[in-house]
Every structure is written in C-alpha cells, then in structure tokens.
Design a binder for this molecule. Sequence first.
Ligand SMILES: [Zn+2]
Ligand SMILES: [Zn+2]
Length: 332
Amino acid sequence: MRAMLLDTPRRLLRAADIPRPEPGPGQVLLAVKACGVCRTDLHVLDGELPDPALPLILGHEIVGTVTATGGGPGVDRFGIGDRVGVPWLGWSCGECRYCRSGRENLCDRARFTGYQIDGGYAEYAVADARFCFPLPDHYADLEAAPLLCAGLIGYRSLVAAGEAERLGLYGFGAAAHIVAQVARHQGRRVFAFTRAGDRDAQRFALGLGAEWAGTSDAPPPEPLDAAIIFAPAGPLVPAALRAVVKGGTVVCAGIHMSDIPAFPYDVLWGERTLRSVANLTRKDGEEFLALAPKVPVRTEIEPYPLERANEALDRLRAGRMKGAAVLHVAAV
Ligand SMILES: [Zn+2]
Ligand SMILES: [Zn+2]
C-alpha cells in the first residue's frame, strides 16, 4: 500500500510502498478514504511529543470502510463495507484507576493512533474495533474526518468550559470552527481571538456565528465567562485568565504548548479555574457524533491528495489553513 512515513522527527514524510497491515484479534482492516491533518501530527513530526513508534504513519482522524476483520472480541460491531471513524484514542487498558472511573482518556497505558499505533496517512489502516465509531450518514468522507479530533476534542473542551454564556476561543482553526457552531447552537455568545492581522481567520469566525473577532493581544469588548485555548502558545494563558470574570474557566485544549510565562496571582484569584483537556473518551465521541448532525455542524475543509501531506502540514504550521486540512486517499 502507499503510505506517508515518518522515519524520524524533523524530516519530511516519505512516500513509500509498504505491506498492507493484517488485522489482529479485535481489529478491523480499513480502506482509508480520508484522514484529517491535526496540529498534534505537527507536534509528533517536530519531535515535541516523546517516543513515537518509528517508522510511523501519522493521522488520527481516519474515515475508512471495513474490508476485513481479525476475529475476536468486539469486531462484530461492524460488518464488511461499514464506514467507521478512528480517533486519537486507539486503545486503553480497561483496568487502571482511570479506566475504571470513566476517564479512559487518562489511562496509564493508553495507546494513541498515529503516534504509538500507525494512523491514516496511508491506503489502509488497522484499528481496534472497540475504539472505532460509526459515522453519521449526514457527512461525506472528507467532511467527516475533522469531526474525529478537532470535533471531539473541541467538544470535550466545550463541556469542560461549563455553562459559560460568553465564550472566548483562542486560535480559530479546525477545532474552533466546529466548537463555534456547537456553542452558537447551545445559545452561547462566541468571541474569537486570532493572531494579530489575521483578518481571514477573523472573517471566517464571524461567518460561523462569532459576534466579535479580534487579536489575542487585546482584551475582548466585554468580560468572558470562559475561554478555550486551541493555539499552542503559552502567553495566551495569562491573557485568557485576564479576559474571564471571577469564577470563570480557562481550558487549554492542545496536547503541547510553549511555556506559560509567569503571571501575578491576581490574574488567577477570584476562583478562576485553569485546566487542560487531554485526549478523549469513547463517550465523548458517541455524544459528539450524535450532536454534530443535529446542529448541524458544517466542516470547512482543504483537501489534499495523500502524497501532498507535507504541504498540508506546512500550511497548518504557517497558520494559513482555513478550517481543517484533510488528506484524500483515493482508491487505486
Ligand atoms: Zn487504563
Ligand atoms: Zn488531533
């Protein structure tokens, strides 16, 4: 099969012909139709996340159809030809204190797709059937892909933000463009923060229901009840804390962030909460994939053929992506 391989961090992905994987017990083999490109892929590529399983196939927003199953527990959830989605959480132990308390996202032994398990930048992928999701018919393959991480993590972050009416979104990319639509659907008011001068992203946010869009180094026109930080920039943390009211919450949604600068205690005082969101649970996925077509969430995508994955990653790094990049894996 054709695949884009990460041989070692900080190098371009390499187009390669490699053997098609075989599904083991509990796994399904998927013909990949589309795979979203996520900022986490950049963090793996750039060596910012430790110990990726090299050589590695990136990609944890996989839309594919089942072409074979490996037998064993769970595989009967799906039949040949079913369309499924594969998210970042590829496996959890089911036994640790986190798994046993509804927090498999924090599992001590969790394994992640496109990081410790080969992902979807390829024509085929294998996945543990218990961690795959059926996908709503409402979405075509390319449009469904960003739901699987940008959507799921965005949704988990939105839940973590609590009942906030005035919601700030820092970094208006793939996740924020989905969260803004869900938040509006829930009757919240959305304030979008972008890099200075990024008028395109600001217009994009306003078009998706944000009532205000501006730069992250300036305060919002009124105080916020909560904020979600999607951009991997530590200085946004004190900025967002300053923007929220007493009792407000700031959620850091990324897996990696540059260092957070020191800030006076004043900024946190007043029972403001600062927290992160890590990974996802299958419950998040089930809830969000049921909600998305009801909103309905519309995903804005930039499609790239599989072979141009490096270009998609470059554009994402440069902040030039409007919405979500998705690799289109055409059948040969
Ligand atoms: Zn566990
Ligand atoms: Zn992701």
